[in-house]
Design a protein around this ligand. Structure first.
Ligand code: ADP
Length: 481
């Protein structure tokens, strides 16, 4: 059983409260480990450490920072299986998916290790022969990260890697459900030789107290958050007092548009992967499918067959493709969304009930569910379900499909399936989303800019753009007289 303290200033410390909290396996509710219960006093210590480390870290050469990030990548690769198993234990996702996440998470260290060497400035022609205009890009300083439970490794590395590459230091607060994976990553960073205080981890159950302490501290120049839109808005309001820079990756409401010319089997494979990955608990998961009316019945039948074949259970068991939902609250939401849809006339093609795969598996399991003939009035089409439920809604025209897809306050990911190139271009340009998958249900990758429009957030993570979030632009005007 893993037991971790807080990682502050390069050391593992007890929380100042002296207490720890249990981390539960969502598949069977057994205790899988313990983490230190940090509070505002610990945040203060961590910010002290990050502020002390900043001057030296930011002055290191890009090559040195790059080398350290490469070592962290190697460290993650060496301990890939251990990280994946721990992630499945505390989060529930199937082991195969957890291994995929470790690779995805590690890729951010590799990619940003390389990008660290390409933080270029600019020179701009001046209006006078006696002047020079230089544009420098410099690290913003101490940063804070608050992360969710659905990707316990990748949501940390997607923030830490560009921050460190840019020359920033960081204090991170992982979700209370999944602190152990975050602590294991801190251990790997320590082993790689990251200088003390460059990365600090404060685990705890008092999310608001920890968040408030990070936000109130004017030494913290930037907050990067991934989580619910509701919490994101609260943090945004509170960040106003110190005018912190913000990156927010919030909720999604992803539509998947399937046109009449689609290869239905291939489209169903993409939709199934996009919908049921992580039991539907990702912010880019397909939340609603819009299908051309001429192929509705046939396509729905294929999707129902695929959903029925998915094996549900403890993510550590062989062959399991869908793990448990994270907790009772998540299960209640899924159940209420399905009930609301059925009450308003949707047909259940498969699933629609909670599940107990075996005596030992006492977690919150739910059958992969396909609902046909859902409408805009139903909660499944209005809110992010965050569970294994796939609503199908027929459309007549491209215009109607686009209107349905864009009719939401969210704008994170959207998908379409068609073999018509002109349509693919037209539709992808008109979707009000930060990420569009054309014949691709799994677009996330370290080298691409990930992020949302509208109420899905601010800023981008990943890609060349991701490092800009951790850099200030400084303009230096030089007089030569
Ligand atoms: P989810 O619905 O995915 O759990 P949340 O937005 O509730 O999303 O949580 C995402 C992260 O935000 C977690 O680390 C959680 O502890 C943290 N969090 C939740 N509420 C607050 C808050 N009021 N202030 C700061 N952090 C918070």
């Amino acid at each position: 059983m893993k037991r971790y303290g807080l990682f502050i200033g390069g050391e593992w410390l007890e929380a100042s409260s002296g207490t720890t909290f249990d981390v539960l396996n969502p598949a069977d509710r057994t205790v899988v480990g313990q983490a230190a219960a940090g509070n505002a006093a610990d945040v203060n210590k961590a910010v002290d450490a990050a502020a002390r480390a900043f001057p030296d870290w930011s002055k290191r050469t890009a090559r040195e920072r790059s080398g350290l990030l490469a070592k962290i990548y190697d460290g993650m690769m060496k301990r890939k299986e251990e990280i994946a198993r721990l992630m499945t234990l505390e989060q529930g996702k199937p082991l195969g998916e957890a291994r995929g996440e470790v690779q995805y998470a590690a890729d951010f260290f590799q990619w940003y290790g390389e990008e660290a060497k390409r933080i270029y400035g600019e020179t701009i022609p001046a209006n006078s022969p006696d002047k020079r205009i230089w544009v420098l890009r410099q690290p913003v300083g101490v940063t804070a990260a608050i992360t969710p439970w659905n990707f316990p490794a990748a949501m940390i590395t997607r923030k830490v890697a560009p921050a460190l590459a840019a020359g920033c230091t960081m204090v991170a607060k992982p979700a209370e459900q999944t602190p152990l994976t975050a602590a294991l990553l801190a251990e790997i960073m320590q082993e790689a030789g990251l200088p003390p205080g460059v990365f600090n981890l404060v685990t705890g159950t008092q999310a608001e107290e920890i968040g408030d302490a990070l936000l109130a501290d004017s030494r913290v120049r930037k907050l990067t958050f991934t989580g619910s839109t509701e919490v994101g808005k609260t943090l945004m309001r509170k960040a106003a007092d110190t005018v912190k820079r913000l990156s927010l990756e919030l909720g999604g409401q992803a539509p998947y548009l399937v046109f009449a010319d689609a290869d239905l089997e291939q489209a169903a494979i993409e939709v199934t992967a996009s919908k049921f990955r992580n039991a539907g608990q990702t912010c880019v998961c397909t939340n609603r499918v819009y299908v051309h009316h001429s192929i509705k019945e046939e396509f729905a039948a294929i999707l129902a067959r695929y959903a029925q074949e998915l094996k549900v259970g403890n993510g550590l068991h062989e062959g399991v493709q869908i793990g448990p939902l994270i907790d009772e609250q998540a299960l209640d939401k899924v159940e209420s969304h399905v009930r609301d849809a059925v009450d308003q006339g949707a047909r259940v093609l498969t699933g629609g009930r909670k599940l107990r795969p075996s005596e030992q598996e006492t977690g919150c399991f739910y059958e992969p569910t396909v609902l046909l003939d859902t409408t805009e009035k139903m909660r499944v089409e209005q809110e992010e379900t965050f569970g294994p439920v796939l609503p199908i809604h027929a459309f007549e025209t491209e215009e109607e499909a686009l209107a349905l897809a864009n009719n939401t306050p969210y704008g994170l990911a959207a998908y379409l399936y068609t073999r018509d190139l002109s349509r693919a271009v037209r539709v992808s340009e008109r979707l009000e989303y930060g990420i569009v998958g054309v014949n691709d249900g799994m677009p996330s990758t370290a080298q691409a800019p990930f992020g949302g429009m509208k109420q899905s957030g601010l800023g981008r993570e990943g890609g060349r753009q991701g490092i800009d979030e951790y850099l200030e632009v400084k303009y230096v005007s030089v007089g030569l007289k």
